[in-house]
Design a protein around this ligand. Structure first.
Ligand SMILES: *Cc1c(COP(=O)(O)O)cnc(C)c1O
Length: 400
C-alpha cells in the first residue's frame, strides 16, 4: 500500500493541521465505536472480500477508462482520458463509499442508516445501499430542495427510504445536516450516520477516502495497460472532495504525476457567488472538523452558489486543505459558464452527458490541454448528467 495513504491521517485523524473531531460529548463514544470497528474491519479478509464481491457483482466495477479522441482533437494539445465513474451503478462515484458504509454498519450490528442530502444524489446512493442490505434508511432534506429535486425524492422513496422534510431556516442543505445529526443523536445505538464525502469528524474523511481509493487503484493499472506509461496530469472536481481523493490516491506516490483539483467558481469571485473553498477560504472549522472554510464577516460559514449543487459546500475535506498546503495538489477553478460549455461539448462530441459537477473538470481539461502538447490528462468522470438535463435545457437550451 502507498506509504502516504498508510501514514495519513494520524491516529487521531489529522492531515497536517486539518481534520480531527470536535464532537458534542454525547457523540464521542459513538464515534469511538465507529473508529474501532473500522480499524478492525479494514484489516479483516471477510470485510474486504464482501466489498470486492459487491463492487464486482452489484456496482459493475471495474469501470473503464475512455480515450476522449474528439475532445482531444478539438483541444489540440494533450490527449484526454476519462475514468468512467458515471458507469458505476446509480451513475456516480458516491455508491463506492455508500456501499462500504452500509457494510460497516451491518458488521457493527446497526439496522439503520441516517443522512442528509442536498440535491439528493447522496440520499439516492445511501438508500440504494440500505435496500441492498435490508436496512432502514432515513434521509433529511430541505423543503426547498425537495421541490427542486423531485426525481431524486421519488427514487429515494422507491428504494424504501423515509424522506424527512426540513422546513427550518433556508430549508436547504445546512438545515438538513443539523436535522439529520439531531435525529442521529437520539438513535446512535441502532443507526450509523452515512457521511457523503471526505468531510465530517474523524474517522469519516479517512474512511470515505479509503473506500474511494478503488477508483485510483483501478485507474492507475488501466492507464498503464492502455498507454504503457502513467498520465502526466490527473484531475477531478472538488466539492467535499471524495471523487478527487479516490482518483488522486492511485497516483499520490508517483512524483511525476501532477494532481489538479477543480473548484466551482460560480458566477463571480464575490462571496456568495461561488463555492471555491480552497481558492478563497480561511483556516476555520465546520461540522466538527478543522479545514479551510468560506466565512462571512462574522466568521460563520458563508452562503455558496454554483450551477452544480453537488459542489455547493462552504467547507472542503481536511485532506485537500492539507494537500494544498503541502503543494502536492494544485487547486484551480472553473466557472458556471465554462462548466456549461463543457457539458454541451462532452455530450455532443463524445456521446457522454456528464453531471454538472463533473463538467467542471472537463472544462479544466479543455483549457489546460493546449498548454501540454504531447502529454496526457486523466480526468475523473465522477457522474452522469441525467439528473441535470431538464434544468440545463429549460434554462439554457441546447447549446449552440
Ligand atoms: C456529489 C458529487 C460530486 C461532489 O462530491 P465530491 O465529494 O467532491 O466528490 C461530484 N460529482 C458528482 C457526480 C457528484 O454526484
Amino acid at each position: 500500500m502507498s506509504s502516504y495513504l498508510k501514514n495519513t491521517p494520524t491516529r487521531d485523524g489529522f492531515f497536517g493541521e486539518y481534520g480531527g473531531a470536535m464532537l458534542p460529548p454525547p457523540l464521542i463514544p459513538h464515534f469511538a465505536e465507529i473508529e474501532k470497528a473500522y480499524d478492525k474491519l479494514s484489516k479483516s479478509a471477510e470485510f474486504l472480500n464482501d466489498l470486492k464481491y459487491i463492487r464486482k457483482h452489484f456496482q459493475g466495477r471495474p469501470t473503464p477508462i475512455s480515450y476522449l479522441r474528439n475532445l482531444s482533437d478539438i483541444a489540440g494539445g494533450a490527449q484526454i482520458y476519462a475514468k468512467r465513474e458515471d458507469l458505476n451503478h446509480t451513475g456516480a462515484h458516491k455508491l463506492n463509499h455508500c456501499m462500504a458504509e452500509a457494510l460497516l454498519a451491518k458488521h457493527m450490528g446497526k439496522t439503520k442508516l441516517i443522512a442528509e442530502t442536498g440535491a439528493g444524489q447522496h440520499g439516492v446512493a445511501l438508500a440504494t445501499a440500505a435496500a441492498y442490505f435490508g436496512m432502514e434508511c432515513e434521509i433529511h432534506m430541505g423543503e426547498v430542495d425537495i421541490k427542486k429535486e423531485h426525481p431524486n425524492v421519488v427514487r429515494m422513496k422507491l428504494l424504501g427510504a423515509t424522506v424527512v422534510p426540513v422546513s427550518e431556516g433556508a430549508a436547504t442543505l445546512k438545515e438538513a445536516v443539523d436535522s439529520a445529526f439531531g435525529s442521529y443523536m437520539g438513535q446512535a445505538d441502532k443507526a450509523l450516520f452515512g457521511i457523503g464525502s471526505v468531510v465530517g469528524p474523524h474517522p469519516f474523511p479517512k474512511m470515505v477516502r479509503d473506500f474511494q481509493t478503488i477508483v485510483g487503484m483501478e485507474a492507475r493499472e488501466q492507464f498503464l495497460d492502455m498507454c504503457g506509461e502513467l498520465p502526466d496530469l490527473v484531475a477531478a472536481c472538488v466539492g467535499g472532495g471524495s471523487n478527487a481523493m479516490g482518483l488522486f490516491a492511485g497516483f499520490i506516490d508517483d512524483e511525476g504525476v501532477a494532481l489538479h483539483g477543480v473548484e466551482p467558481a460560480g458566477t463571480s469571485s464575490k462571496m456568495g457567488d461561488h463555492a471555491a473553498t480552497i481558492t478563497y477560504g480561511v483556516d476555520s472549522a465546520i461540522h466538527a472538523f478543522k479545514t479551510l472554510v468560506l466565512v462571512d464577516e462574522n466568521g460563520d460559514p458563508a452562503p455558496v452558489n454554483t450551477i452544480a449543487s453537488g459542489l455547493d459546500y462552504p467547507g472542503v475535506g481536511p485532506e485537500h486543505a492539507h494537500l494544498h498546503k503541502t503543494g502536492r495538489v494544485s487547486y484551480t477553478t472553473a466557472t458556471d459558464k465554462e462548466a456549461l460549455d463543457a457539458f454541451y461539448l462532452l455530450s455532443s462530441k463524445e456521446g457522454i452527458i456528464p453531471a454538472l459537477e463533473t463538467a467542471h473538470v472537463v472544462a479544466f481539461a479543455m483549457r489546460e490541454a493546449k498548454n501540454y502538447p504531447a502529454k496526457s490528462i486523466l480526468i475523473n468522470l465522477s457522474g452522469r448528467g441525467d439528473k441535470d438535463i431538464d434544468f440545463v435545457t429549460e434554462t439554457y437550451g441546447f447549446g449552440e
